[in-house]
Write a protein that binds this ligand. Structure first.
Ligand code: NAD
Ligand code: GDD
Length: 318
C-alpha cells in the first residue's frame, strides 16, 4: 500500500487532499495544529502537533513516505496577509516549517515532496494593470512580491530547489492562484474573496447591501478545490521539477464575482465599496507552462464551483 504524509491536513486544501488520497487507496498520515474545523478527517493517523518543532517533524516522518504534501503555512486571504500586522509571524512560522520538513525528509530519504507556493511570489510591477497581469513562471525575477507572505514563499521555493540540486531530493512546486470550495475558512478573518462574498450575500436580506474592499475593479482568478487537487497530483507524480502555476485563467473583477454570487443566490444587493486590504491590482493564472509540460488545465467554469460553494456556505450561515 502506498503511503502519504499531508502537512496542514487540518486546513482547507490539506483536508481535501487527505480524502482524495484515501479514495485512491493510500495509507495517509495527516499533521496539523488542529483537526479540520468543518468535517471529519479520514486520515488513517492524524497527529496534532506543531511543525515548527523539529522533534515533532522527526517523529512524523518515521518512514520513507511515497509522497509528502507540504500545505502547512501561516496564511489567509487579503484580510490576513495584506494588513501587515501578521508579517513577522507569517515569515517566521512558515519558513520554520519548511526548513524543518525539508531537513527531516532528506534525512529519512523521502524522495518526493510537494510544496504549495503562491501566486503572491510574482512581482507587483507586473500586476498593476488589472486587464493584463503577467504571471508567467519565468516572470518571477527580478523579484518584487507585494507582501512578506510572498517573500517567504519565494524564499522557501528556493530552499526546496536547493535541496533538489544539492541533496538529490525530488521537489514539486505549485504556485497556487486563489483556491476555493466547501470546508474552508469563511468567517474567521482568513477567508478569501469567494467565501467572503458568499457569506455577505447569504447573510444580506434581498434588496440590501454588501461591502466590498476597494473599487471592485481589481481582478483575480479562482480555482475550485477538486481541480486544484487534480493539478497537484498530476504535478507531484510527473517528471517536471520547476515551479508551475496551478490556477484558473478565467479572470474576473471582484465586482463580477459579487454579481455572480448574487445571481446564484437570486438576490439583488447594492455594492458598497469601502477601504480594505487590497493586494495586487490584477492577477490571473498563466497556464501555458503547465498545459505544455503536464497537459493540465482547469476543466470546469468558475460558476460551477461557485454554485457548489454557495450551497455549503448558505448551509453554514443557516
Ligand atoms: P489553511 O490555512 O486552510 O491550511 C493551512 C494549515 O496549516 C492550517 O490548518 C494550519 O493550522 C496549519 N498550520 C499552520 N501552522 C502550522 C504549524 N506550525 N504546525 C502544523 N500545522 C500548521 O490554508 P490552505 O488554503 O489549505 O492553503 C494550503 C497551502 O497552500 C498553504 O501553504 C498556502 O500558503 C498555500 N496557498 C493556498 C492558496 C489558497 O488559495 N488556498 C493560495 C496560494 C497558496
Ligand atoms: N478576503 C476578502 N474579503 N477580499 C475582499 C473582500 C472581502 O470581503 N472584498 C473585496 N475583496 C478583495 C480584496 O481586497 C482583494 O483585492 C481581492 O478581493 C482578492 O482577495 P483575497 O481572495 O482575499 O486574496 P488575494 O487573491 O489577493 O490573495 C489570495 O490568494 C493568493 C494566491 O493567489 C491570498 O489568499 C493569498 O494568501 C494567496 O497566496
Amino acid at each position: 500500500m502506498k503511503t502519504a504524509l499531508v502537512c496542514g491536513a487540518g486546513g482547507f486544501i490539506g483536508s481535501h487532499m487527505v480524502r482524495r488520497l484515501k479514495d485512491e487507496g493510500y495509507w495517509v498520515r495527516g499533521v496539523d495544529l488542529k483537526f479540520p474545523e468543518f468535517w471529519e478527517t479520514v486520515a488513517d493517523d492524524f497527529v496534532i502537533g506543531d511543525l515548527r518543532e523539529q522533534d515533532l517533524c522527526r517523529r512524523i516522518v518515521d518512514r520513507r513516505f511515497d509522497e509528502v504534501y507540504q500545505f502547512a503555512a501561516d496564511m489567509g486571504g487579503a484580510g490576513y496577509v495584506f494588513t501587515g500586522v501578521h508579517d513577522a509571524d507569517i515569515m517566521h512560522n512558515s519558513a520554520q516549517i519548511n526548513l524543518n520538513m525539508l531537513d527531516v525528509c532528506h534525512k529519512r530519504n523521502v524522495k518526493r515532496i510537494f510544496y504549495s507556493s503562491s501566486a503572491c511570489i510574482y512581482p507587483e510591477y507586473n500586476q498593476l494593470d488589472p486587464d493584463n497581469p503577467n504571471c508567467a513562471e519565468d516572470s518571477a525575477y527580478p523579484a518584487q512580491p507585494d507582501s512578506e507572505y510572498g517573500w517567504e514563499k519565494l524564499f522557501s521555493e528556493r530552499i526546496y530547489l536547493a535541496y533538489q540540486r544539492n541533496k538529490g531530493m525530488e521537489v514539486r512546486i505549485a504556485r497556487f492562484h486563489n483556491m476555493f470550495g466547501p470546508y474552508g475558512s469563511w468567517k474567521d478573518g482568513k477567508e478569501k474573496a469567494p467565501a467572503a462574498m458568499w457569506r455577505k450575500v447569504a447573510m444580506a436580506p434581498d434588496g440590501g447591501e454588501i461591502e466590498i474592499w476597494g473599487d471592485g475593479k481589481q481582478t483575480r482568478s479562482f480555482l475550485y478545490i477538486d481541480e486544484c487537487l487534480d493539478g497537484v497530483l498530476r504535478l507531484t507524480r510527473s517528471d517536471w521539477s520547476g515551479p508551475v502555476n496551478i490556477g484558473s485563467d478565467e479572470m474576473v473583477t471582484i465586482d463580477q464575482l459579487a454579481d455572480m454570487a448574487m445571481e446564484i443566490a437570486g438576490k439583488k444587493l447594492a455594492k458598497k465599496h469601502i477601504d480594505g486590504p487590497l493586494g495586487v491590482r490584477g492577477r490571473n493564472s498563466d497556464n501555458r507552462l503547465i498545459q505544455e509540460k503536464l497537459g493540465w488545465r482547469p476543466s470546469r467554469p468558475l460558476r460551477e464551483g461557485l454554485e457548489k460553494t454557495y450551497r455549503w456556505i448558505a448551509a453554514q450561515v443557516g
